[in-house]
Design a protein around this ligand. Sequence first.
Ligand SMILES: [Zn+2]
Length: 160
Amino acid sequence: MRIGIGYDIHRTCAGDHIWLGGVKVTAPFSLEGHSDADVLLHAITDAVLGALAQEDIGHHFPPSDEKNRKRKSSDFLKFAIERMREAKYKIANVDCNVICERPRIAPLRDKLRTSLATLLQIDLSQVSVKGKTNERADTVGQEGAVICQAVVLLVSHENR
Ligand SMILES: [Zn+2]
């Protein structure tokens, strides 16, 4: 087994939607970023790469590379999943925190889980998404940024 942790933060900017776990979500702001700024997919991608000890998303997809501009973050995740398959691992489960005051995550939870399960090609029961706020404290609490955390457990094909 191997375990990986992922963390990501994006600043908010003027706009009316964000991308979260591959889902377009109405929000009182957008998120800054080189790609589509899907902070949840970035955290999960880093968790998978971290479990494999294969660097991180910025190493494989540098923001300085024009190819990555406006790119869909599902491309980054697919790359990490491909690396995982090459190493003969599969996902046991993924657990995520989305930290923001708005949008409220609870009503979106099942939509986000379904999207992640599809992208990761695993069962819904293997995906957890939890919404937290920062209780209006600090930059995240003042809606200046959104944070995501992810933990992923990989199991070897041989041991399953
Ligand atoms: Zn990011």
